[in-house]
Structures are given as C-alpha cells and as structure tokens.
Design a binder for this molecule. Structure first.
Ligand code: ZN
Ligand code: ZN
Ligand code: ZN
Ligand code: ZN
Length: 586
C-alpha cells in the first residue's frame, strides 16, 4: 500500500519503442537506476530489449565442423560458414594466440559498432563453452561444467550418464529434463529439485518414486497427484494402502505408449481442478514475474534466485544478484549489471556486454574473462585498460572512453531498419554471431521467420536433412517390451508434422535412441518417445507461462486480493493469491 502511494507521487514517463513503435513506460525508480549507473534511458521497450540480448546466446544449436587451428573434426555452436575463425576448446585456451594480436586504433571516421563488428569477425571464438579438461566422453554439450558420459546436455553444471538436459545441476542417470537440480534415475522432469526415481513430473521438490505429479513436496510413491505435502501412496490425490498402491501402479505402468498418452491427458484434466499460486516462487518480498525465489524488490523478471533490486531479468538462477536491470543468464555474485547476457561469477559494473566472467568495469565487450576497465573488446583474458583489444595506459584510457562515448552520439550506427544506436544501446542484432532461431531468444520470444526478419534478425534455414528415415512414427512399437537392440540402428521420424511447430521447436525431424537411453527405458518400463529431443524440450516448456504479466483478482470465492500473474485471464487454471493458496495447500 505505502509502496504504491510513493510510486504514484513520482512521475512515470511514456516513450515509444524505437523498434516495435509501441508505447512503453519508464518508472521513476528506473530513472534512479539509470542515473546511478550513468546510462541514458532506453529507447527500446523491455520486450524488444530482451529479444535483442537473447539473440546473442546460442545454447543448443550445434554443428559439425573443423577447428580452424588444429583441423580436427569438432562440434561447435557455429556452422562452418561463419566469418570468424572457430577453435576447439583445447586450441582456444592454449597460448597459440592472443586477443591483443587483433588490437586496433579507434577510428573517428567510422561508427563504433562498425569497428566492433570488424574486430569480432577476426578474433577466434571457442567452439563450445565446456569445462573441456573435466569433460569425459560428452562432446555434444554446451555451457556446461564437468560432465561424464552425457549426450545433448546444455546449461548444466555437473552431470553423469545423462542425455537431453536443458539447465540442470548435479544429475545422474536422468533423461529429458528441463530446469532440474539434484536428481537421479529420473525422466521428463520440469522445474524440480531433489528428485529420485521420478517421472513426468513438474514443480516438485524432495520426492521419490513419483509419476505424473505436479507441485509435490516431500512425497513418496505418488501417481497423478497435485499440491500434496508429506504424503505417500496416493493416486490422483487419494490415499491408498501400500499394497493397494503397488497393485494399482502395476496396472498403470504398462510400458505402452498409448496408455501413457491417456494417463497424461487424464492427469492434466485432474490438475485443472486444483488451485495454483499466482506466482511460481517462495520467500520473496515485493516481487513480480515468475519462478522467483528468495528475492527482494525484483520485478518483471523470470527465473531469479536470490535477487535484490532486479528488473527485466531472466535466467539468473545462480544467486546472488544485486542492482541489475536487463540482464539474462547467469548471475552467481553479480552486481550492477545492465543490458548484458550470459555473464556472471563475480562480476561488477558490466554494461552492454556478453559473456563477462570474473570481470568488472566493462562496457561493450564480448566475452571478457578476468578483465577490468575495458571497452569494446573481444575475448580479452586478464587485461585492463583496453579499447578494441588495444592496450592503453590507465591515464590514456578514461579520457579515450569518454571521447568514444561522445563519438557514438555524434556519429551513431544506423542499421538497415533505420534504428539508431547511440551510447546506451546494446549491440545491434547484426553483430550477433547467431541467427535468431539458433538462440534462446526463440525459446522465450518465439518468432516466425517473417517476424524475425522484419525485426532485423538473421534466420537460419533448417538444414536440408538428408536423413534416411528408417522407422516411421506409426511403426514404433507401442510397448517397450516389444523393442529390442535393433532399435539403436533406426533413424526414427519425429512425430511433429506442422511446419510452424517444427520451425518453432528447431525440430531435427528424425532422432536416434542411444544405448544408455534404451537401457533406461527398459529398466524403468517406459515406452519409446515419439518426438525428437528438441520437440520434447519444447513440449516441457509449454508448462511455463509466456513472459507477460496480467493484473488479476484471486479466484477464491469471497477474496478480493489482486496480484500480477503470468496466468492470462483466459486460461483454464484456478489462480489464488498467496494467502488463499497457503490456506489450501500448505
Ligand atoms: Zn518494442
Ligand atoms: Zn583445435
Ligand atoms: Zn522434432
Ligand atoms: Zn485470495
């Protein structure tokens, strides 16, 4: 209440987005933030800014190519045809080359971004961001820590014997999981933690042997349950004796794909009868957004843990983060970060940059590592007082930076869409080494090819697949019992058939079953999947509401509490305020 009144007494400002031409609001506290970190107010709206940043973060689009240094065949996030050299991690991290080899003088006859683009096109980039010295037998992985025997694993800190993981930590024998921390012997989990031997479940914590469940805590042996705490032997929220539960479970888990589809449908219908909290989150003070935990003054943000004074941010699931606006991925002791993507682990005062790690006082730089006081640099490692990778003395550096900022305003970069980039804008889309649909932007803000091109983003045509599909979707055996090792040789058709859906999911059209996966399905009595790993990931993502907030009233009869929620008013779910929800669920 007091907070609202205070905000009302200050002035909001409405501006028109330079990109989408829609009106957006700049709140008084935003102006305070911009003043504090000495940047002008944004000219793009929050959503357009988010798309522009995420367009620099390719998590999972992989290509086969050669290392431009040693010539080995490698897997990379860059296809062969990119302009800049791509090195395997071993070559890239070696002493063979140095970023200062590409240093250049600042040219007052060219806009800044043009010069930065020229530099970016020459400096070698690393094929994959992995802990390559502690990566054992896991070549298809990106943005990962130590992995062992993993396949198609992304944004994952540590994992062993896993495949098809998007965002995880401390996993063992898990397949097809998205946003999962500490899990073992599990399949098809979404936004869950501390899970053991659990399947097709979401928003669960500290559970064992749960199947097709949603929002359970400290539960064991449950099937098709929702909103339960400290329960066991329940089916569709009904209590059974241990013996009856086990008998029922045997009948439910037949290993048949068709039976599984029927269960999934029944479960989703059942879930709709139970209330949802207006926000996925806990232990917060004054927040808005979704998937927010242990945060203070965090707004319009998604996937934040331990944030304070955070706004328009996403994917900061490693805390803490403080005083950050417009910052996506990854956090871990980050302070005063603005318009940045994929930065973290001990960073301070980072603006208009990507890939900053253990660095401070950085502007307009691409992957500064252990660096400070740098401007417009690409892949500097342990450097300071550099501009366009060129070393300056401390005395020369600061006046030169001021001169460049002035130059950026006097001779701004203007792109093909006539958008103007002065000091205070993030990198123009064409400076990204990736096409829009190769990046995580496509996950958070899906666009069609036409929409992306209209906004000035590049689009990667899906490669003409020359797969020789040997097994059609309809010919996959219904029951896992009828599958033998010959399946490992098959190239299986992905069941997605709409072209639009394929483009949205980055569908690979066909897929294979790997041996450890088959063994897992057999052991767990799970039918074979019908979709490629990318489509499976996108199906799980449908459980996350789109990033948009709606003002709504609690649906509990007699309650008039209002809140901002990602549940759109036309959605079928029952949505409660915190008090009503806690009364019913906890
Ligand atoms: Zn806009
Ligand atoms: Zn190499
Ligand atoms: Zn697919
Ligand atoms: Zn209520």
């Amino acid at each position: 209440m007091g907070q609202d009144q205070k905000l009302e007494s200050k002035k909001l400002e409405k501006r028109v987005c330079q990109n989408c031409q829609k009106e957006f609001t700049i709140e008084p506290e935003n102006f305070e933030f911009y003043e504090k970190i000495k940047v002008p107010a944004p000219t793009w709206c929050p959503e357009c800014r988010g798309q522009r940043r995420m367009n620099f973060n390719n998590v999972s689009s992989l290509y086969k190519r050669k290392c431009d240094s040693c010539g080995e065949n490698i897997i990379a996030v860059y296809p062969e045809e990119v302009e800049f050299p791509v090195y395997c991690p071993k070559c890239w991290w070696s002493d063979k080359w140095d970023a200062s080899d590409y240093a250049r003088d600042y040219d007052l006859n060219k806009p800044f971004f043009e010069q930065l683009r020229e530099l970016k096109n020459e400096v070698p980039r690393v094929s994959l961001e992995v802990d390559y010295q502690r990566n054992i037998n896991s070549p298809y992985a990106n943005l990962c820590g130590p992995l062992k025997n993993c396949y198609l694993t992304f944004l994952t800190d540590t994992a062993e014997d896993c495949a098809y993981i998007f965002s995880g930590d401390n996993l063992k024998d898990c397949f097809d999981c998205t946003n999962v921390a500490s899990a073992e012997n599990s399949y098809g989990l979404f936004y869950s933690a501390k899970m053991y031997h659990s399947f097709f479940s979401r928003e669960c914590e500290n559970c064992l042997n749960v199947y097709f469940c949603k929002n359970l805590k400290n539960c064991q042996n449950c099937f098709g349950c929702v909103n339960l705490r400290n329960k066991s032997y329940c089916i569709f929220n009904k209590q059974y004796s241990k013996e009856d539960y086990q008998k029922q479970l045997q009948e439910l888990l037949t290993g048949s794909h068709q039976a599984q589809e029927t269960i999934k449908q029944k479960v989703e219908e059942f879930f709709l009868r139970f209330p949802n909290k207006y926000i996925h989150g806990e232990s917060n003070l004054n927040v808005s957004g979704d998937y927010i935990y242990h945060c203070k003054n965090t707004h319009n943000s998604y996937g934040i843990i331990e944030g304070e004074n955070v706004k328009y941010c996403k994917m900061l699931e490693m805390g803490p983060t403080k005083d950050c606006y417009d910052y996506d991925s990854w956090g871990q002791k980050a302070e005063k970060v603005y318009e940045a993507v994929h930065c973290g682990d001990g960073i301070n005062n980072i603006k208009f940059s990507n890939g900053a790690w253990q660095s401070y006082n950085v502007e307009y730089s691409d992957n500064p590592l252990f660096s400070h006081d740098i401007f417009g640099c690409v892949f500097t490692n342990k450097k300071s007082y550099c501009i366009l990778n060129k070393q300056y003395s401390k005395g020369e550096y600061f006046p030169m930076v001021e001169k460049i900022k002035k130059h950026m305003n006097e001779m701004p970069y203007i792109d093909k869409q006539d958008r103007v980039y002065k000091y205070g804008e993030f990198f123009p889309p064409e400076l990204s080494p990736f096409a829009y649909n190769e990046t995580i932007a496509q996950e958070y803000f899906p666009l069609t090819k036409e929409e992306a091109k209209k906004k000035g983003y590049r689009w990667k045509e899906r490669e003409k697949r020359n797969y020789n599909i040997t097994l059609k979707t309809e010919d996959i055996p219904d029951n896992i019992k009828d599958v033998d090792n010959s399946i490992l040789k098959e190239v299986i058709e992905c069941a997605t058939n709409s072209e639009e859906e394929k483009a949205k999911n980055n569908c690979s059209e066909a897929f294979k079953i790997i041996p450890q996966e088959l063994e897992f399905y057999k052991k767990m009595n799970l039918p074979l999947p019908r979709y490629c790993p990318n489509c499976r990931h996108h199906q799980r993502l449908k459980n996350r509401n789109p990033l948009k907030l709606y003002k709504r009233t609690c649906m509990k009869e007699g309650c008039n509490n209002t809140f901002e929620t990602t549940y759109a008013p036309n959605r079928p779910e029952i949505v409660y305020c915190e008090e009503c929800y806690n009364r019913e669920v906890n």
